[in-house]
Design a protein around this ligand. Structure first.
Ligand SMILES: NC(=O)c1ccc[n+]([C@@H]2O[C@H](COP(=O)([O-])OP(=O)(O)OC[C@H]3O[C@@H](n4cnc5c(N)ncnc54)[C@H](O)[C@@H]3O)[C@@H](O)[C@H]2O)c1
Ligand SMILES: [Zn+2]
Ligand SMILES: [Zn+2]
Length: 365
């Protein structure tokens, strides 16, 4: 572009003829709408613009809509999961080019800061979980992805797009925060509290390590039924408040080697503390908005470990291989399909999971 001859736009006149797109926009607690928004542009040389082909809704989007996530301000396009086609890349992007089929990580990683060098992408000093939170997200026709080289993953030809949408967030979350931190081992006894998409993702990926028993605990019989189909060896409906006694009976009063908390409330974290065997590991995944008690008076001599983690998505390439080789089939989590212009119906269905039996919904842009 010849800058010398480019006329300055008149300040009073609107000169923008930006191309528009459809996007799901957070409008403040309890409010969202499908809006026409300008298509995103490259703003840094490390950016890519991706045309979304498929995206989904996460429980975290529902948290945002409740007003639980103050970093996400009204006007934000939601969504941090998805696959698509690269439309254009900034001058510094070397790993991707226009036309490439890509998987988007829910976590943006600069690849260079102290945390990224430690593979703690979730704490990247200029990235982390910003997509659909601090910057516009994937529930739109197009999205701007910062640090494209280290935040996108190539999708090989012939791969199943829908299965891969599950790799943006829920599979790595269940695996990294639950299974890896919980040190699931061959022959061990595992309990997963919460059979939502995240708990079920932990259930699918725990089986890489051949634990002896996987006990799934939830309040929803439908989800427990799904858990059985996904490989749970036992399920417990904890509505009666007696899950603790049932687990102790099942394990000969010993408890479980790994207790994975996949709900995010006090009562389920307390249950994990009650059922953990000596030497065991409690792996918290749930996002806790309220105070939770830690019973050190019971646990100080039990040789246990407790971990917390924000998903880093460092295991996406490894999980990709397990999906390609059909070791796991994350497509099993998909219950509903919608077009982007019906995204409000998709939220309605996903938000009423007990009634609609929804797990993950696919939204086609
Ligand atoms: N650490 C991370 O990086 C990370 C990433 C993504 C999601 N999360 C969190 O993981 C948690 C699970 O996510 P999800 O999408 O599967 O949520 P979800 O709401 O779909 O599932 C939660 C499940 O817990 C069950 N449940 C509720 N109360 C219960 C109780 N008292 N006892 C037993 N089960 C109970 C519900 O029936 C539901 O099936 C959420 O807190 C989410 O915010 C954490
Ligand atoms: Zn999420
Ligand atoms: Zn970084």
């Amino acid at each position: 572009m010849n800058l010398m001859t480019t006329p300055k736009p008149a300040t009073s006149a609107k000169v923008t003829t930006a191309a528009m797109m459809k996007a799901l926009v957070y409008q403040g607690p309890g409010k969202k709408a499908l809006e026409d928004r300008p298509k995103p542009e490259i703003t840094a040389p490390t950016d890519a613009i991706v045309k979304i082909t498929k995206t989904t809704i996460c429980g975290t989007d529902l948290h945002i809509l409740k007003g639980d996530v103050p970093t996400c301000q009204p006007g934000r396009i939601l969504g941090h999961e998805g696959v698509g086609i690269v439309e254009k890349v900034g001058a510094a992007v070397t790993a991707f080019k226009a036309g490439d089929h890509v998987l988007i990580s829910c976590v943006s990683a600069c690849g260079k800061c102290e945390y990224c060098r430690k593979q703690m992408y979730s704490h990247c000093t200029t990235g982390g979980w910003i997509l659909g939170n601090k910057i516009d997200g994937t529930q739109a026709e197009f999205v701007r992805i910062p640090y494209a080289d280290t935040s996108l993953y190539p999708i090989p030809e012939g791969a199943d797009e829908e299965a891969l949408v599950m790799l943006s967030d829920i599979l790595p979350t269940g695996f990294e925060c639950g299974v890896l931190n919980g040190k699931v081992a061959p022959g061990s006894t595992v309990a997963i509290v919460g059979a939502g998409p995240i708990g079920l993702a932990a259930l699918l990926t725990a089986q890489f390590y051949s634990p002896g028993e996987i006990i799934i605990i939830d309040l929803d019989d439908n989800r427990l039924e799904v858990a059985k189909r996904f490989g749970a060896t036992a399920t417990i409906n904890s509505t009666d408040g007696k899950a603790w006694e049932t687990v102790m009976k099942m394990t000969g009063k010993r408890g479980v080697d790994t207790a994975i908390e996949a709900v995010g409330i006090a009562v389920t974290f307390e249950l994990c503390q009650k059922i953990i065997a000596a030497g065991g590991a409690i792996a918290n995944i749930g996002v806790h908005g309220k105070k939770v008690d830690l019973h050190l008076e019971e646990l100080w001599d039990r040789n246990i470990s407790i971990t917390t983690r924000l998903v880093d998505t460092v295991t996406i390439p490894m999980l990709f291989k397990t999906v390609s080789s059909k070791k796991i089939d994350p497509k099993l989590l998909i219950t509903h399909h919608f077009k982007l212009d019906k995204v409000l119906d998709a939220y309605e269905t996903f938000g009423n999971a007990a009634k609609t039996k929804a797990l993950k919904v696919i939204i086609e842009a």
